[in-house]
Ligand binder design. Structure first.
Ligand code: GRG
Length: 300
């Protein structure tokens, strides 16, 4: 039977929507506005690729799904915080996200900043809760790795900083190296965490862990290249965010550097390498392999 990965991802996203809803009881008082903004941004669609990756990696090791769902929920909170802050006027200044007005457009700048802050801290509240895993050393590892992956020392925030600076940097001697550094931190670290957290929940062996990390590296790079390709070739209605921004802002991307055809070629090669990395898992990793194919062919 051929795996319909698009249908699988969609099914998971629908299921995960009700999982995520449980994290947002509505408090009393005027201050509930910040929770409304958090809810608005988290529950407004999204492919839920990161939670899907946590769940699928954990499945390789027969982890209790509830543990993976909690880690996936925490990671999605952090991901959405980064989207809210990225859309702010002081950053990417965008009006559209996931097909609806961005958080600061729907609410206001101050509320959007606070909603992002609150989602970031909520991430670690969820991860450190006993329900995430009975073993406190596993919970601690999960917290530590995500803090590192999201932070300012070669984490997502560092990637965002470099991305902002890159726009004003003089012509680079090695632009590909710069793009790779930005991608690895800005996009790659959270995707890597999605996979690594599944491996940690599952007590993976060193060999399994290394294979998964190689897979993570390759799909992280492909994810960014496909994002750059969508910015040029995508349908704005489907993608749900403003397109053609990279060219308008003179952004350094694989597409601006090499052109569409070569960028697609690079993405194809990375996808093949990602799938090869999973060989040690045999058929058990079919969904992860299919996901690598989805990333390269996605239209949103
Ligand atoms: C502001 C701290 C801070 C970080 C911003 C997330 C981010 C870093 C920037 C957004 C712009 C961008 C192109 C990021 C690369 C990662 C990426 C492709 C995010 C979009 O992820 P999807 O496609 O989005 O999984 P959905 O909406 O499906 O969750």
């Amino acid at each position: 039977m051929v795996l319909d990965i698009q249908a699988e991802i969609k099914k998971f996203a629908i299921f995960f929507q009700s999982e995520l809803e449980q994290y947002f009881p509505m408090p009393e008082g005027e201050e509930k506005r910040v929770v409304e903004a958090m809810r608005y941004s988290v529950l407004n669609g999204g492919k839920r690729i990161r939670p899907f990756l946590v769940a699928e990696t954990a499945k390789l090791f027969d982890v209790l799904p509830e543990y993976a769902w909690r880690v996936g929920a925490a990671l999605e909170m952090l991901h959405v915080y980064s989207l809210i802050h990225d859309d702010l006027p002081a950053m990417d200044n965008d009006d559209l996200r996931r097909g609806v007005p961005t958080c600061h457009k729907k609410f206001d700048d101050a509320t959007a900043i606070l909603a992002g802050d609150a989602l970031l801290t909520y991430t670690f509240e969820i991860l450190s809760h006993r329900s995430t895993h009975p073993d406190s050393s596993i919970r601690c590892k999960l917290v530590q790795l995500l803090a590192q992956g999201a932070g300012g020392f070669r984490g997502m925030v560092a990637g965002q900083m470099l991305d902002i600076l890159a726009e004003q940097m003089p012509t680079q001697d090695n632009p590909e190296n710069l793009i790779r550094r930005i991608e690895e931190m800005k996009t790659g670290r959270l995707l890597k965490y999605a996979i690594e957290s599944g491996a940690i929940l599952g007590n993976a062996t060193t060999e399994e862990h290394n294979a998964l990390m190689l897979y993570a590296l390759k799909i992280g790079q492909t994810f960014q290249i496909s994002d750059d390709i969508l910015d040029v070739e995508g349908n704005q209605e489907i993608v749900g965010k403003t397109l053609n921004k990279d060219a308008n802002q003179n952004k350094l991307t694989f597409v601006s550097l090499y052109g569409l055809d070569k960028a697609k070629e690079i993405a194809r090669k990375l996808t093949d390498e990602a799938i090869t990395a999973l060989h040690i898992f045999g058929k058990r990793a079919d969904t992860l392999s299919a996901l690598a194919e989805f990333i390269i062919t996605r239209n949103k």
